[in-house]
Design a protein around this ligand. Structure first.
Ligand SMILES: C[S@@+](CC[C@H](N)C(=O)[O-])C[C@H]1O[C@@H](n2cnc3c(N)ncnc32)[C@H](O)[C@@H]1O
Length: 286
């Protein structure tokens, strides 16, 4: 059962398939990508058909738990982006944007180009854009006409961001990073999504809440939240993360859309760095 302002331990398909009194205004789902990440209770390497069938189930359960004028965002990697797009179509969802999140701090690669993006699908149930929440004024950014070209025709209210977003991943050197979850969404990505697709007092739901990023940002933005995760341990820690966030006991994020400004405040090159990496840094500094 959906319970506002809680993160519960459970299987989101089981929880959301039950009849609900309350439905969500906004769902953000960041499922395991089936790429072998190490979670504490979930095995992130299923056979293709099993993962596909599972994805169909959780997406259907989420669509059922979403209000008719609600919005659903889904994060996924290249491996299953096409499948998610097709399942959304089969469920009758209306794709509003297929956003590329370009993470400005990526993996290194030796035999092909390094991957530095993930996909963020933005769906609604209705095609009536007047019925949905889209708070454009809350997410506008300065336009290049304002910042670069000194063009007097620039809209003083700025512009809506493009559908390619550049935010760093949550690197180990950032204060935002929790130590007990392997893959954490940046708060900045959630801030934009929650601001544009919900209003204060709305219910924001995350069926794979993990480290609790969605719920923590929703709480800060005065939305109600509801999270589900299979892991008792993640639920315990993420519930504490929200309490600490609301009490002002966590530092704000260092991440900004400008990679140059997304500098960690922690010292780089501390104990987390391998000898090989230290040697390389010394050599390149010469
Ligand atoms: C990619 S992580 C989510 C990360 C999250 N967005 C964050 O910022 O921390 C996926 C999470 O889904 C959880 N999970 C896997 N299967 C689940 C299920 N059937 N129901 C609920 N949670 C599940 C895992 O334990 C893991 O924490």
């Amino acid at each position: 059962m959906i319970e506002p302002n809680k993160i519960i331990t459970g299987d989101c398909i089981k929880v959301l398939s039950k009849p609900q009194k309350t439905q969500a205004d906004l769902i953000f789902a960041d499922p395991p990508f089936n790429i072998g990440f190490k979670y504490d209770v979930y095995e992130d390497r299923k056979a293709y058909d099993d993962y596909y069938a599972w994805t169909e189930k959780w997406m259907a359960a989420c669509a059922g738990a979403l209000k008719d004028n609600g919005s659903m965002w889904i994060a996924i990697g290249d491996e299953y982006a096409a499948e998610i797009r097709v399942i959304g179509r089969k469920l009758g969802l209306n794709l509003r944007n297929w956003v590329i999140w370009h993470y400005t701090f990526g993996q290194a690669a030796q035999t092909k180009f390094a991957r530095s993006h993930a996909h963020l699908f933005y769906w609604t149930k209705t095609t009536d854009h007047k019925a949905i929440t889209f708070n454009d004024m809350d997410v506008r950014i300065p336009s290049a006409r304002q910042t670069t070209y000194g063009d007097a025709r620039a809209n003083p209210k700025g512009k809506l961001p493009d559908d390619v977003w550049s935010f760093s991943r949550v690197c180990g050197t950032f204060h935002e990073r929790v130590k007990w979850h392997p893959c954490q969404m940046p708060e900045k990505v959630l801030e934009r999504i929650i601001k544009v697709s919900s209003n204060p007092g709305d219910l924001v739901m995350d069926p794979f809440s993990g480290s609790g990023t969605t719920c923590a940002v929703a709480a800060q933005l005065e939305r109600n939240y509801f999270g589900i995760d299979l892991s008792k341990n993640y639920v315990k820690h993420s519930t504490q993360r929200i309490a600490d966030t609301l009490a002002g006991n966590r530092r704000g994020t260092e991440i900004s859309e400008n990679p140059e400004l997304s500098r960690p405040q922690r010292k780089v090159g501390g104990s987390g760095q391998s000898k090989k990496a230290k040697k390389l840094r010394k050599q390149t500094a010469k």
